[in-house]
Design a protein around this ligand. Structure first.
Ligand SMILES: Cc1cc2nc3c(=O)[nH]c(=O)nc-3n(C[C@H](O)[C@H](O)[C@H](O)COP(=O)(O)OP(=O)(O)OC[C@H]3O[C@@H](n4cnc5c(N)ncnc54)[C@H](O)[C@@H]3O)c2cc1C
Length: 399
């Protein structure tokens, strides 16, 4: 950032005030209305965020952001995570946030003009198209989508799914095999920018996830690339560097997600405590007087606070040394915080009884939407294996 901690404290307090005054009051409409009906109100709030000088807070100053370190943006992400529309209103929502970062790092000047700047200005949205139904997303070196050179073009053929926000996106960053002959599986794929208006880019459907088909704000699409032809200048970075760039995208991305989840946990915790402090279970007897409720409150408080410190420590390590040496720590927080998120939401719903299942609070929305946290960006089991193997190496066991 930010020249001092005071600047960061000021940014955080302005974000807090804006969310409480301007955004929380929109949440009931967000839960109730189709997204398209909310767009005018959300656009107005996005303009307000720009006017406040808080737009794209994750970006360096030369790209219009606040120039925050990762550990500083982590605190912003926590605050924005307290409401489901926070990141979108500040233009730092997934998958655009990750795409913006890799475009800054790897795009040519022409690609920046055409794709990055409109994304930064919030004029367009984008998607990231890597996972395929026929292959394990947990092993992103193994895929079938190919990009074959013909003349000056790449011709892309393949089948993807869970391409989040594909509907309404103006371009996709697609992982495709460009160099099948290379011995290392890590160097066969490339990332290629594909405008979604390109002939051969077909959204088959929006996948129904936990009962929700999604909207153009948050959908997960099945996509087919059928002889989809783009110029070779659409290559992002070096040919064969697709896996490496994807890894770069995921390191900071896991900090963003984890802190967003901590924000959700804090809000769920407040709802749980408030309800326990006021709900009578018999005349004059408050729910919070029961020992099991107190246990849930104490356990949740301890878990959220511990998780928060762990994520912030990991973010500071990445700030100091980059993501590569912090691989064990990044995997550790990914599964640890995702698990705490599920537990805290579950307890908060249980405390609310049937009310917790309704849309009277954000709890049931988050419960449905955040179950995915234990799967996307690497399932728990894969991250646990990374941590355990790294630990065991220190004991002389190479796996
Ligand atoms: C809400 C949501 C949004 C997503 N958004 C995107 C997106 O925008 N772009 C995109 O490209 N992808 C996206 N994904 C896909 C996501 O990255 C994959 O779902 C994830 O990588 C897991 O891959 P998979 O679903 O194919 O599961 P698989 O890899 O088939 O694994 C299935 C299960 O097997 C187990 N498993 C797998 N490998 C191992 C192992 N090595 N050791 C032990 N157990 C293992 C795990 O329990 C895992 O859950 C999204 C997914 C979700 C749920």
């Amino acid at each position: 950032m930010t020249d001092s901690r005071n600047d960061l404290a000021d940014v955080l307090s302005r974000i807090k005030a804006f969310l409480r005054g301007e955004v929380y009051p929109l949440e009931q409409d967000f839960l109730r209305l189709p997204f398209r009906d909310l767009v005018p109100a959300l656009n107005e709030k996005r303009q307000q965020v720009k006017a406040l000088g808080l737009w794209t807070p994750h970006l360096p100053r030369e790209y219009g952001g606040l120039g925050l370190k990762l550990s500083e943006f982590a605190l912003v992400s926590e605050e924005l995570g307290r409401t489901p529309i926070g990141h979108y209103l500040f233009n730092c929502q997934a998958p655009d946030i990750g795409n913006t970062e890799i475009l800054i790092a790897h795009a040519s000047a022409e690609q920046k003009d055409r794709y990055l700047w409109p994304l930064i200005r919030g004029e367009v949205r984008s998607c990231f198209s890597m996972t395929e139904p026929e292959h394990p997303g947990s092993n992103p070196t193994w895929m079938s989508t190919s990009a074959v050179k013909e003349g000056d073009d790449y011709v892309i053929n393949g089948h993807k799914w869970f391409t989040s926000s594909a509907e309404g996106a103006s371009f996709a960053i697609v992982m495709a095999i460009t160099n099948p002959e290379v011995p290392s599986a890590h160097k066969r794929a490339s990332q290629i920018i594909v405008p979604t208006a390109t002939p051969g880019f077909h959204i088959v459907r929006n996948i129904n996830v936990m009962g929700d088909e999604g909207s153009d704000y948050a959908s997960h699409a099945e996509v087919r690339y059928e002889n989809c032809r783009v110029p070779q200048t659409s290559l992002l970075g070096q040919e064969g560097a697709g896996f490496l760039i994807a890894q770069e995208r995921l390191g900071p991305g896991r900090i963003h997600h984890c802190m967003r989840w901590i924000g959700i946990c804090e809000r769920a915790f407040e709802l749980m405590c408030d309800y326990a402090a006021h709900r009578q279970i018999a005349p004059g007897v408050l729910l919070g007087s029961r020992q099991n409720i107190q246990e849930w409150i104490a356990e949740s408080r301890a878990e959220i606070s511990a998780a928060r410190l762990l994520v912030l420590q990991t973010a500071e390590e990445i700030d100091r040394q980059g993501a590569a040496p912090v691989r064990e720590g990044i995997s550790l927080i990914k599964f640890f915080v995702a698990g705490i998120l599920q537990d805290v939401l579950d307890r908060a719903i249980q405390v609310h009884g049937a009310l917790g299942l309704t849309d009277a609070t954000l709890l049931s929305y988050w419960y449905r939407h955040e179950r995915a946290a234990r799967i996307y960006d690497g399932p728990d089991e894969v991250h646990k294996a990374v941590v355990a193997r790294s630990v065991l190496r220190r004991y002389g066991l190479q796996l």
